[in-house]
Design a protein around this ligand. Structure first.
Ligand SMILES: Cc1ncc(COP(=O)(O)O)c(C=O)c1O
Length: 447
């Protein structure tokens, strides 16, 4: 048979990708009959597990009832239901939901909501969004501007808007050379410093991931970090946008990441797990403080995208929330997450494992050349990519991350399997990782 040309514009243009023809539970199956553990749930996105009949039924049923309704002219029952359920799982901390089709759109709308709030609240000079280095908020030009992930920004810097990043909450490589036990939260204090330098009258919001995702693979903030951030935001009338695109809907072992830290956001950005892995959907969710101000002043929020609030996506989101509840999957994520953490800790015997971190079923490992000095690998050797490829060759899909050391070096991988994973499957996953790591270490003269 002659070789068929692929017309897909892939990430790595010189690579041949396995073709997945079936997915069930935590497994993917390629067209050669190979079984692969979906160890990162795709992009930490497939929370429920693959191949659930009820999810397929929802899509089919809704497609037959009404596949598309335009939100500018109409509402629809799945939209109303999904919005109510999202607010309900926040215990009505949040009041109104604006659905979009993914995480980048969610952070874009979050920022526009913030701007609109300040305009309608009589503070038209407030427009700046402060965010953090080593963060990720999406790939559109706005969300990439707020992202602090140097590698993803690099090619597009001339096209990005002015932005203002503060140091990350990254205890393993603390930018302030502090230890978590004696830390005075200099990384949170940096927000106040930045607000002062920018001029408080210009700063509209601070945007952060509660637990760092793609760019720091599971880095958790020091105790008290978000409480201090919240206080600073309140002091200067700066809204707090928590980007829970990855952490939302149970991934950290609670419905939302902020629940771990005793704070409440003004705006939440959601995506990924909101669709359970079955349909693209995201949302910007706001408190009544934000939406009442807009409703009472201009009464209009004219941002959005054509597909926002479509009934197919909303029906899936609604069913995802029901499914998580009916099967106690958030609790299960917490339980399996602790088990996974225990197993990953046992990999510390490897000469390259510098840090094991994360929450729930969102876990990352950082690899170093020297554990004492935390010297990273030469980025040219792509240690984490080598490891991800080795894992895949043994039937385990993981995500790799690079650039955690101020964008110039640093290797990580992250794991985020579906919440239905069992202890036995975790054992299998970690055994493959262990073996693959030993092989990659050996190849690089470290084993
Ligand atoms: C925290 C966070 N925000 C935003 C995004 C962007 O979401 P999407 O890729 O759905 O546009 C991601 C994606 O990884 C993310 O992890």
């Amino acid at each position: 048979m002659s070789e068929k040309k692929s017309h897909v514009l892939n990430v790595f243009m010189d690579r041949e990708y396995p073709s997945i023809v079936k997915a069930e539970g935590i497994y993917l199956y390629d067209d050669q009959g190979n079984r692969i553990i979906d160890g990162a749930g795709g992009a930490i996105l497939c929370n429920l597990g693959h191949g659930i009949d009820e999810m397929a039924d929802v899509l089919r049923d809704q497609a037959k009832k009404a596949a598309f309704v335009y939100r500018v002219d109409f509402t629809n029952p799945p939209l109303e239901e999904a919005a109510a359920k999202v607010c309900e799982v926040t215990n009505f901390v949040m009041d109104k939901v604006f659905f979009v089709s993914g995480g980048s759109e969610a952070t874009e709308i979050a920022a526009k909501l913030v701007r609109k709030y300040h305009l309608d609240n009589g503070s038209p000079s407030k427009y700046k969004i402060i965010s953090r280095w080593m963060s990720y908020h999406g790939m559109t030009m706005g969300s990439l501007s707020w992202s602090g992930m140097s590698g993803r920004r690099a090619d597009y810097i001339p096209m990005l808007s002015d932005n203002n990043h503060i140091p990350p909450a990254y205890c393993y490589r603390c930018w302030f050379k502090q230890k978590p036990e004696t830390c005075d939260l200099a990384c949170a204090q940096a927000l106040e410093n930045e607000i002062m330098c920018q001029g408080p009258e210009t700063v509209a919001a601070f945007m952060a991931e509660p637990v760092s995702g793609t760019s720091l693979c599971g880095a958790t903030p020091p105790v008290g970090y978000f409480k201090k951030i919240r206080e600073i935001c309140d002091k200067y009338d700066v809204l707090l946008i928590l980007d829970e695109v990855m952490t939302g809907f149970g991934r950290t072992g609670k419905w939302f990441g902020y629940e771990h830290f005793g704070v409440k956001p003004d705006i939440l950005a959601l995506g990924k797990g909101l669709g359970g892995g079955y349909f693209p959907i995201g949302a910007a969710v706001a408190t009544s403080k934000v939406t009442d101000t807009i409703a009472q002043e201009s009464g209009i929020f004219g941002a959005g995208f054509s597909w926002g609030g479509n009934p197919m996506a909303c029906a899936v989101a609604s069913k995802t929330i029901d499914y998580l509840k009916e099967h106690n999957l958030v609790e299960r994520c917490n339980e399996m997450g602790s088990y996974l953490a225990e197993k990953l800790e046992a990999l510390q015997h490897h000469p390259t494992v510098g840090d094991v971190r994360g929450m729930g079923l969102m876990r990352g490992l950082e690899f170093v050349k020297d554990k004492e000095t935390k010297e990273p690998f030469d980025p040219e050797i792509h240690f984490s990519v080598q490891l991800a490829i080795e894992c895949l060759s043994h039937g385990l899909g993981v995500q790799f991350g690079m650039g955690c050391d101020r964008g110039q070096a640093g290797d990580m991988i992250y794991l985020g399997p579906p919440f239905i994973i069992t202890k036995e499957q975790i054992d299998e996953m970690v055994a493959i990782l262990d073996k693959s790591l030993a092989e990659v270490e050996k190849k690089n003269g470290l084993g």
